[in-house]
Ligand binder design. Structure first.
Ligand code: FAD
Length: 324
């Protein structure tokens, strides 16, 4: 049965995050031929980003512009999105499983007395019901969740559900909604960016990750060069973060970021279960480790037994040659 689905978009520094487009694609599956309504909260002029959501498959977009929504707060975004939901009475709501999505969707679900399928990696329609696939036990297994009635409310993991092809001939109405945002209990005094360079880890297509085997912060330099050569970004194990070689914002794993790039190159990482929880669903995994017994080789598609300081420069040279 076709449904009206709200897709909550997310922007950072004036650009939509890719997961917004992936959420629109998921919204199109859930709507099953119904209406996909984009929602974009922020401050200032949101029109060009709203238009982009239309080009990626939203039937129409509602923008909510308010100075109180300039920076994300649970109270502000929660109230704004809730008011749009009240107006639109959707049968489905989809958002990215990002820091913001993880924070705001459970609160909304509770207020709406609805269930929530979080961190979905796939969505299909089977016999008229919506079926989500999501990882469990830190990614060691997957479960299927079938939503048979009620609101279909889900967050989707970035980099898993492919976005639709951008088509700038698509037309869709963009309307602005005024909302009342009050009693924001969080005061944002300053926003300090930890990793200002490179692609966001959770949306990166290529990640070169370093572990304790990298041995120092300078040891990360060849990894950064390899990542730059591959248009990727650098990540790390907790071992490397704990040792002070890099910032915790780069940590991948159970207590760090969950990533699913097309290519994950693990350098000097042993492959502890807590690290695998954050990266084992990467499409292609390459492991470089001097210990042939390292656990990382159990999940790797390609394994290189060797010293990363010999192997990584050779890889950089090879990739540069391929580009010439
Ligand atoms: P190590 O285990 O010390 O491995 C270093 C590897 O580098 C070794 O395999 C070694 O052979 C190799 N090596 C050394 N020198 C070289 C060289 N020159 N060339 C090639 N290879 C070399 N960990 C995470 O990563 N993410 C998490 O989110 C996370 N959450 C955790 C949560 C909890 C509750 C707990 C208890 C632990 C968590 N951990 C997490 C820690 C995890 O258990 C491991 O301790 C950590 O992942 C180890 O990091 P590592 O592989 O870099 O270091």
């Amino acid at each position: 049965m076709s449904k009206k689905v709200l897709v909550i978009g997310e922007a950072r520094e004036g650009s939509l995050r890719n997961v917004t487009f992936e959420a629109i694609a998921a919204g199109n599956i859930v709507s099953d031929g119904g209406e996909v309504v984009g929602v974009l909260c922020g401050a200032g002029d949101l029109n060009s980003m709203a238009q982009e959501m239309v080009y990626y498959g939203a039937s129409r977009v509602i923008t909510v512009s308010n100075e109180e929504l300039k920076t994300y707060t649970s109270d502000g975004y929660g109230q704004a999105i809730y008011q749009v939901i009240q107006d639109e009475s959707p049968e489905g709501i989809i958002m990215g499983h990002t820091a913001i999505g993880k924070d705001v969707t459970p609160k909304l679900a509770s207020r709406l007395e609805s269930g929530l399928v979080s961190d979905a990696t796939e969505v299909v329609v089977e016999n008229g019901n919506i079926v989500f696939t999501r990882p469990i036990y830190s990614g060691k297994a997957f479960e299927k969740k079938e939503v048979t009635d009620g609101l279909v409310f889900a967050t989707i993991r970035p980099n898993n559900i492919p976005a639709l092809t951008r088509d700038d001939s698509l037309a869709g109405e963009v309307t602005e909604k005024e909302v009342e945002v009050t009693n924001i209990r969080t005061i944002i005094k300053d926003v300090i960016k930890k990793s200002s360079e490179g692609v966001d880890l959770s949306e990166a297509k290529v990640i070169v990750a370093g572990g304790r085997g990298v041995k120092s912060s300078e040891g990360f330099e060849p990894l950064q060069e390899l990542a730059d050569t591959l248009n990727g970004t650098v990540g790390a194990s907790r071992g490397a973060c704990d040792a002070g070689y890099c910032d915790y914002s780069l940590q991948i794993g159970q207590t760090g970021k969950v990533v699913t790039p097309d290519l994950y190159i693990a350098c000097g990482i042993s492959g502890a279960i807590q690290h695998l929880a954050g990266m084992s669903n990467s499409k292609v995994i390459v492991a470089i480790n001097k210990d042939p017994e390292a656990n990382i080789f159990n999940v790797a598609d390609y394994g290189i037994v060797g010293d990363l300081f010999d192997v990584v420069p050779k890889l950089i040279e090879e990739v540069k040659q391929m580009k010439v």
